[in-house]
Design a protein around this ligand. Structure first.
Ligand code: F6P
Length: 342
């Protein structure tokens, strides 16, 4: 039997609780392991704050959004003695495995600690679906569902008022949520960060629709999208205290620009964290549960320095080093399928 520590770090994501539950079920019920959960991400490991996780502790959390362990953006690399502190607590607690669940930043920290000799099996998480080493991340399906429902709803009000709705969805570096929700809801234009947009082209696309007698238009834009250099005045924003991009609001800026250019009322709608809250879809619960199960199995086989990944329909393990190498951007072939990507 083993003693394992699990933690959730970085932005939350529907399905985190399903992973925690799955780890606890597989480890404690099937292997007779002991599991503890570190509080608020790496912070809990660095400060030695944790709680025991048994079957009771994870009862009823499968369908619950957020994370019962809490999360933070604190990372071992932020502290000069971060790695040593983590190592100290792992030794003190007699842990044989640590399962961090997180996105890009978390997996980078996982790699750092793994390189320092700690026994780590990572689980990828992001609603953005942009981790290259896995075909899909849990949370994405939920986010796309929320965005699609919002787009469906916005269509009816847009039509009543003959407006252009510019709907901003999440996606700092990639347009996966924009592409999939836009396709699912039949948006009239989709704007992604991968390809800077031309405002003239976007204006022409919407204008054509009105000229063809349609009464409204829906534009989906990923929050990280930017105009092609020199095509319109644009405030990209800055960074927050953690160095993360703080966007100035592409939907708001586009709505002003389109309203002026088209002479039609335009409204920005920013979906924001609504996309990350609430209950995960069945798909995300299943994927999260499979990741948790396989992370425990990997730990029992002593396969550390790895991350669970979905490849096709199978769960595999990939080296953490590979996991943080590159982002999975939307391939251009997908733009054509959606018909309306700029
Ligand atoms: O990476 C997930 C994500 O939701 C991005 O889509 C978004 O840009 C970012 O996190 C928002 O971060 P925060 O919760 O810190 O505002």
């Amino acid at each position: 039997t083993m003693r394992m520590g699990v933690l959730t770090s970085g932005g939350d994501c529907p399905g985190l609780n399903a992973v925690i539950r799955s780890v606890v079920h597989r480890a404690t019920a099937d292997h007779g392991d002991e599991v503890i959960g570190f509080m608020d991400g790496w912070k809990g490991l660095l400060e030695g704050e944790y709680r025991k996780l048994d079957l009771d502790a994870v009862g009823g959390i499968l369908a619950r959004g957020g994370t019962i362990l809490g999360s933070s953006r604190v990372q071992p690399a932020h502290l000069r003695d971060g790695v040593e502190r983590a190592r100290g607590h792992v030794a003190e607690l007699g842990l044989d495995a640590i399962i961090p669940i997180g996105g890009e930043g978390t997996l980078k920290a996982a790699r750092l600690l793994s390189d320092a000799g700690l026994p780590i099996v990572g689980v990828p998480k992001t609603i953005d679906n942009d981790i290259a080493a896995t075909d899909v991340t849990f949370g994405f399906d939920t986010a796309v569902g929320v965005a699609t429902e919002a787009l469906d709803r916005l269509k009816t009000t847009a039509e009543s008022h003959q407006r252009v709705m510019i709907v901003e969805v999440m996606g700092r570096h990639t347009g996966w949520i924009a592409l999939h929700s836009g396709m699912a809801a039949g948006a009239h234009a989709i704007v992604v960060p991968e390809r800077p947009f031309d405002i003239e082209e976007l204006t022409a696309r919407v204008a054509e629709r009105f000229e063809a007698g349609k009464k409204f238009a829906i534009v989906v834009v990923a929050e990280g999208a930017k105009p092609r250099e020199g095509t319109m005045a644009f405030d990209v924003g800055g960074t927050d205290v953690y160095g993360h991009e703080r966007f100035a609001g592409v939907a708001r800026q586009l709505s002003v620009e389109l309203e002026t250019r088209l002479g039609k009322e335009a409204r920005p709608v920013i979906l924001g964290h609504v996309q990350r809250g609430g209950t995960p879809t069945a798909y995300d619960r299943v994927l999260a549960t499979r990741f948790g199960w396989h992370a425990v199995e990997a730990a029992h086989r002593g396969e550390f320095g790895m991350m669970t990944a979905l490849r096709g329909t199978d769960i595999t393990l990939v080296p953490l080093a590979e996991a943080v190498e590159s982002l999975k951007t939307v391939p251009v072939e997908r733009y054509d399928e959606a018909e309306c990507v700029l």
